[in-house]
Design a protein around this ligand. Structure first.
Ligand SMILES: *Cc1c(COP(=O)(O)O)cnc(C)c1O
Length: 521
């Protein structure tokens, strides 16, 4: 299906005949009833797939960022029953092209400004292909020696790049959600006088975790998973710049202790998901130290910028954390998934998850190497270090830094356009590459807090967001800051260029002026 709307459909670069011929030749190999595809067919198929991939990346910009589909519409285009008989590979790849490719939300699109970008750079994609080929399950050292040791090496590279001391050890997980779960499981395990992994929590006083009102939902999900619950997660209020109020944190801890609860961990966020605010980590670290609590730092998005020596101020104090998460799959151009988990207390984390049945014991080398599954809830682990190794080598730290600096500069420019526009206003500082703002026609200036104006601005900005996203040339998302509908533009795709950011502002302005004109009558 060709995408509809004002954006032109994807141009077919492998011309249809060449495509059909390439796919048809794949049909020649007869499938036998046993074993895998024969190597010669695999080679041809892999070349055809490589063409599909390169074609997609070359022309991803021609798709609307959001596919023009209604919920449930796609299911009906696929057979409800599985095929009984083998199908020709060419048919499969043709269907991929026709049914899958146009109907994805194009995370690789250079005008993807919603949520946080999660783009896959070419070296990362190549790494994924090789990972899939080797399988390389890094559950034990023995099950993939190079996967385990390359993970140790690349973790060390990233740790150094981020400016963190050697005391931090770590590994890769799938997501920040898992990394924070692991960090908080370490915190739970570290609580004096109990062994949560051995005994569970039954009959124990309630544990408490502290995170700011702007902390990511994954912290509460971790609490839900760890038996601490949402009720055990205290959301600490934030100041005018959305940073955790440390006096309120101290008061909450004292109140909980007085009530007989057991404080367990504080989560400081460097780069919150809505306004990308930075909690005062040094003061929070003082509280954690004084109270004897585990400090977990969630820098899933913004952590990448610690690679920039001139922009380390927001990271002051994070070296005092017990555990830290940074997501390479957010702002380090790594195809989903890769989250970096670092901890000063790997033995505590290991105590939280280690369980070695006889069939997993490595009889001859116990203790000499990392068996990473002992530190995580999962047993099987992907060889993520391979793509990280390729990606870091391909870009070099300097190449990554150059891209991060450009994104930060583009966000600064965009914020400047918002600030210079009398009919718009910025709703949060821009410490990284995310701008929170809204359209606020000048006739409403000074009346923003009147209920009728509030509602009008919420409705107007909701309409602007819908119109911009429906058009499909750029994709933005939103949040609510101080109960105001807030548009949010986050820059971080490896493919974004200045013209895409300019296009975003142009489309937002055009729709906002039109919609406000219609509303004002
Ligand atoms: C995106 C985000 C997460 C969750 O990331 P996943 O890898 O999708 O689990 C956690 N914390 C912060 C601050 C985030 O921005």
């Amino acid at each position: 299906m060709a995408p509809s709307g004002p954006t032109p459909g994807p141009s077919v670069t492998l011309d249809d005949d060449a495509l059909r011929a390439a796919f048809a030749s794949l049909d020649l190999a007869q499938q036998s009833g046993h074993g895998d595809m024969d190597p010669a067919t695999f080679r041809r198929a892999a070349h055809a797939v490589a063409d599909l991939m390169a074609d997609y990346l070359e022309h991803v910009e021609d798709f609307p960022v959001l596919p023009d589909v209604e919920p449930g519409e796609l299911r009906g285009r696929f057979p409800a029953a599985p095929p009984e008989d083998p199908e020709p590979l060419g048919d499969l790849l043709g269907d991929y092209r026709a049914l899958v490719e146009p109907n994805i939300t194009h995370w690789q699109h250079p005008a993807f400004f919603a949520y946080f970008a999660s783009s896959g750079s070419a070296p990362g994609i190549l790494g994924e292909m090789l990972m899939a080929t080797l399988v390389g399950n890094a559950m034990l050292w023995r099950t993939s020696p190079v996967a385990t040791e390359l993970e140790e090496v690349t973790i060390g590279w990233l740790r150094q790049g981020l400016g963190l001391p050697e005391a931090f050890d770590g590994f890769f997980t799938d997501t920040a959600s898992t990394s924070s779960l692991i960090g908080l499981a370490g915190a739970r395990q570290a609580v004096a006088g109990m062994d949560a992994s051995a005994d569970g929590l039954a009959g124990r006083p309630a544990l408490r975790i502290y995170a700011s009102a702007e902390a990511h939902s994954s912290i509460e999900k971790a609490a839900m998973t760890l038996g601490i619950g949402r009720a055990g997660t205290r959301r600490i209020p934030v100041d005018a710049e959305y940073r955790m109020d440390v006096a309120a944190l101290g008061a909450a801890i004292r109140e909980d202790r007085a009530a007989g609860h057991v404080p367990c961990a504080i989560v400081a966020t460097i780069g919150t998901t809505g306004p990308t605010s930075v909690d005062p980590t040094p003061a929070i670290a003082d509280v954690a130290e004084y109270e004897g609590l585990w400090l977990h730092v969630d820098a899933a998005y913004a952590g990448a910028t610690a690679l920039l020596p001139e922009r380390r101020d927001p990271f002051a104090g994070w070296e005092r954390a017990d555990s830290i998460v940074v997501n390479p799959h957010k702002w380090l151009f790594t195809p989903l998934d890769a989250s970096l988990f670092l901890t000063r207390r790997p033995q505590v984390v290991r105590a939280a998850f280690s369980l070695v049945p006889e069939y997993l014991r490595t009889l001859d080398r116990e203790g000499a190497v990392h068996d990473f599954n002992e530190y995580t809830p999962q047993l099987g682990r992907r060889f993520r270090a391979l793509k990280m190794w390729m990606l870091v080598r391909y870009f070099g730290l300097e190449g990554m830094r150059a891209r991060l600096r450009e994104h930060i500069e583009l966000a600064r420019q965009f914020a400047g356009w918002v600030d210079a526009e009398p009919d718009a206003e910025r709703l949060a500082p821009v410490p990284f590459s995310t701008v929170c703002f809204r359209w606020r026609p000048r006739r409403h200036a000074g009346h923003e807090d009147e209920p009728a104006v509030r509602e009008e601005l919420d409705r107007l900005n909701t309409a602007v967001l819908e119109a911009v996203n429906r058009e499909g040339r750029v994709f933005l998302s939103h949040t609510r800051l101080r109960d105001r509908m807030t548009l949010r533009l986050a820059i971080g795709s490896v493919r974004t260029e200045p013209r895409h950011v300019a296009l975003a502002w142009e489309r937002i302005r055009a729709h906002a002026v039109r919609l406000d004109g219609e509303r004002a009558g």
